[in-house]
Design a protein. Sequence first.
Length: 236
Amino acid sequence: MLVKIKRENSFVEFKVDNIEKRTTILEVLEYIKNYLDSSLSYRAQCRSSICGTCGVKVNGKTVLACKTKALDLAQNDELTIEPLDNMPVIKDLVVDHEEFLSKLKKAKSWFVPKENFEKVYPEELKTFEKETDCILCGICYSVCPAFQNDKDFGGPINFVKIFRFWKDKNDALQEERILIAKENNITSCVHCKYCTFSCPKEIPVESDIMQIEFFGKQKGIIQSQDSFGFGFNFGF
């Protein structure tokens, strides 16, 4: 198989043989680094789709290298591997997460406990259970086109975190989370759903954003000339 890897402003080609049905993109990268070019740089840690560090773009699709089979994405026996978009490239497939992480801090993407905890029932947990699967891989951030028009847009991952804690009745911030969403320019979302389609954990990212924005407009916390007008009932 021919593997093309973007390095700086050009693509370097490698010939990788013996790729099996079970071979992952990460294993292809490891083979290249171990046997063909030790200078190749990429990120990988857990190999179990948990740490989120191995996000790359393969034949135009953003994936976790450790869980994605090479043959599933190969086109004409070729793979083209590139770093994620919307983040500066440090070297080869390694991107700089500094701005991405700074925006997460601005979104207060952590649990703020109430003094007196209430029991959480299974049906309540289901409202934010999927969002707890987020591994901070940055893939949704990398595919988001909203940054083209608003560099201060918080990014899809911020709103996943805001949604997760807003829905948790034991979080002390409660509706302040909606104000935080406003401060993260939630109305700049173009609702393209790229974030949802690309999430390796199948989190309904765009739906979370829509629910936050809808609720914020109902409560007068978020103002916008735009209106949903869809007549959705999210059960608030």
